[in-house]
Ligand binder design. Structure first.
Ligand SMILES: [Zn+2]
Length: 447
């Protein structure tokens, strides 16, 4: 009770930051145990949580909110359903096929997925379940909104019946960001979800990206301001970089959800397609991308090595935060620790600024610093011999860095204009409460 009173009196409201654990529970567990992963909210995948018990338990003991992602959206997508999500308990109901609409619309007489999810959530002792919603721009089925909202109602009943009345539900709206920018689409969604038994809405916007696109950011902020009429906290899922920071600094969102180096953006444009077989002649493995402290952007390990070899490179690229004692060397050797700190740190920094100063602070500190840093990095001149060593086309890399610097400057212009249009004391997204105990959840629902 006291925590909530403080929250309303304070002019510095917390920004909810949910970290998606993905499959990195061992490394995260070590970082967490060493006090180097200061998280308050964590999202676990249904396909993985059972094997991540130790980490879940350590977080729960400390009062970290545990959120369960049911992964049903991916299980209904041809491109995704055979990935790790196939290990979600209810994936087996489809016997190797898609978990399609008839598992959710009441026409499948044998399997009750919603009850299965509720039982599992109770068994895993999570604090919150993301409602089993789907990608609304699904080319194979256009009625997910109707099916999903009914599933959400059923999930509340099932949770209450199965002993999970203390487990909260958040509702993910998964859609094209361009569709969400349309008033008619928003109206249709809000009309459907308006009376659902949910605490927060999560927005996973396909195509939003992480690059600081000035007009897209400004337009999406306006979309979020419109969602404020719904009077629920808003969490933006799968975001990162300056885009993510803009959305919370400018009061569009109450919080963010992201992975560390993974799931930092959302693209569902090929979800309806069957993935192509991997070419076995090509080397397996993904490129490691490393965030550059203060820049709001990542570079590949090779790009980082190349740019750091230029005169002045280490000064601009080397991390000087507590995650890396030895700058570039540590960034390369322990990119996970560096990435974790670099994801959490900018949001923590914003959280410490009083709400009504956040727009100004963001413009004058993180954004200005990123613009200066981007300018210095684009002007680095590594030697052609080094570039050849890493097989990097210098002019192409410098072109991308110049474009990024330009975009950051334009973003600053666009947000400065928005700031002056909004004026002092402009409305901000509702604060998202912690739900780590029965009392908090009950209070949250009654608001
Ligand atoms: Zn670092």
């Amino acid at each position: 009770m006291s925590a909530r009173i403080i929250e309303f009196k304070s002019t510095t409201q917390p920004i909810a930051h949910f970290i998606r654990v993905d499959n990195a529970h061992r490394r995260f567990g070590d970082l967490y145990a060493a006090g180097r992963l200061p998280i308050r909210r964590a999202v676990f995948d249904a396909s993985r949580i059972a094997g991540q018990k130790e980490f879940v338990e350590a977080l729960r003991r400390d009062g970290v909110e545990i959120v369960l992602d049911t992964e049903v959206a991916e299980l209904a997508a041809p491109e995704k359903f055979k990935t790790h999500v196939k290990d979600a308990p209810w994936a087996s109901a489809a016997e190797g096929d898609l978990l399609d609409p008839h598992f959710f619309d009441g026409t499948h007489s044998q399997v009750n997925i919603i009850n299965w999810i509720a039982k599992f959530a109770v068994e895993q002792k999570v604090h919150t379940v993301l409602a089993p919603s789907h990608y609304l721009a699904d080319k194979n089925f256009s009625n997910w909104l109707s099916v999903d909202t009914q599933s959400c109602i059923e999930l509340r009943k099932s949770l209450d019946r199965e002993g999970g009345n203390n487990i909260a539900i958040d509702y993910p709206i998964i859609h094209l960001h361009t569709a969400l920018n349309q008033q008619s689409v928003r109206n249709q969604i809000v009309e459907r979800i308006n009376d659902l038994p949910i605490d927060n809405i999560w927005i996973r916007a396909s195509g939003l990206g992480t690059e600081p696109k000035p007009q897209a950011t400004k337009q999406f902020l306006r979309t979020l301001y419109d969602f404020h009429n719904f009077n629920k906290p808003i969490i933006i899922d799968h975001v990162d970089g300056l885009m993510a920071q803009s959305l919370v600094a400018f009061g569009g969102a109450s919080g963010l959800a992201q992975g560390i180096g993974e799931r930092c953006q959302f693209k569902a444009n090929s979800w309806h397609k069957t993935p192509q077989e991997r070419d076995s002649s090509k080397p397996f493995g993904r490129t490691t991308y490393i965030p550059i402290s203060g820049l709001g952007r990542r570079l590949s390990a090779k790009e980082l090595k190349l740019l750091a070899s230029a005169k002045g490179g280490k000064k601009y690229l080397g991390c000087q935060d507590i995650c890396c004692k030895h700058g570039v060397q540590n960034m390369l050797e322990d990119s996970r620790q560096h990435s974790a700190y670099q994801a959490i740190s900018p949001i923590k920094r914003l959280s410490e600024v009083p709400d009504l100063n956040r727009e100004n602070f963001f413009l004058e500190s993180p954004l200005l610093e990123a613009e200066r840093l981007a300018r210095n990095i684009k002007d680095l001149n590594p030697s052609p011999a080094e570039a050849e060593k890493y097989s990097i086309d210098i002019s192409s890399l410098k072109g991308r860095l110049t474009k990024y610097h330009h975009s950051v400057g334009k973003l600053s212009d666009a947000l400065s204009l928005l700031h002056s249009e909004r004026g002092a004391g402009a409305p901000r997204a509702k604060v998202c409460s912690y739900r780590t105990g029965c009392i908090n959840i009950a209070q949250n629902r009654n608001r």
